[in-house]
Design a protein around this ligand. Sequence first.
Ligand code: GSH
Length: 367
Amino acid sequence: MKKTVAIMAALAAVTLVVSGCAAAEEDTTSTETATTETATATVETASSVLDSVTEAGVVKCGTRDALPGFAVLQEDGTHVGFDSDFCKAIAAAVLGDATAVEMVDLETSDRFTALQSGAVDVLVRNTTWTASRDGGEAATFLHPNFYDGQGMMVSADSSYASVSDMNGAVVCVAKGTTTEGNAALESSRLGLGWEVRSFDETDLILEAFLAGQCDGWSSDVSQLTGLRSAYPNGADALVILPEVFSKEPLAPAVLDGDTQWAQIVNWTILATIQAEEFGITSANVDTFASSEDVGIQRFLGLEIASDEGSAVLDPGLGLPADFAYQVVKQVGNYGEIFAAHLTPLGLERGVNSLWTNGGLMYAPPYR
Ligand SMILES: N[C@@H](CCC(=O)N[C@@H](CS)C(=O)NCC(=O)O)C(=O)O
């Protein structure tokens, strides 16, 4: 099918050449608003998930239904959690309705097949971005929504104070995860001779752990924290050891080969980060309707006045001009989402702070 794609980037580059960087930075408003109306080119692209999502009026989001803090199906049928909120944010961005989302519960080993078969439009399920998954699972990973690392949880009445105390331990993990390989590697690195035992479902690890069949339960620290909070014998019966022995950037993913859909999901995540940086929250977003800050006007899809008239910025992503407004209004900014679901578990922002606070959360300019 034919799609019209704005070529603003090329025109912006021309602007820089003719007027110099400083001038372009000071007076980009008129250039960018003018180009939104006139500068387009037509290219052939394959059909996008955007079309099927728009037609269906719903985003199918591959996630979880029982991971405290991240994605929990409640008795009233609603989903609550950090990952659930990013699923809702995508629906708010694309369809203007955060509730227009079908949450598809996936076990770890089914995640990529669900994406490949089209059973889900996007995966937001504590999934680590690795090179092999990028290259071998037909998955395109987007901006991480949580930078994590692998850790070890043990019984509080065990004698383990450190991973290096766990000589000959049985370490229980979920099948189809990065956790399996990392645990084996850590065991051989430290010469601990672990038996890494893999289970199809988290519930089965829990059963085995309760039955005393596991000396350690290894996973991403964020997940261990969530699972610990819901432990049947109480959170205090478990301890998460201090070591973090891998990098686990948890990132939403879409199927390879659909750049438009990938950009849409990416900019939805980035919008939550940018909103936090601007200080725009679900509670105060409407007060920015009269903002005179051009950066905020662009971001919220507000009319930007210029000598040529007024227009809203359309960067050509295939998103409605007010997508960031809808995301923030209906779901919240990154900090709000984190505070609502992860702070109560005791997780700190740490590397997931904004870059302005020394963290890794950084959105490219929306212009
Ligand atoms: N981030 C790792 C681990 C992800 C993962 O899903 N781990 C298991 C281990 S506990 C899991 O299913 N957790 C959530 C759940 O079952 O609710 C990966 O992408 O492989």
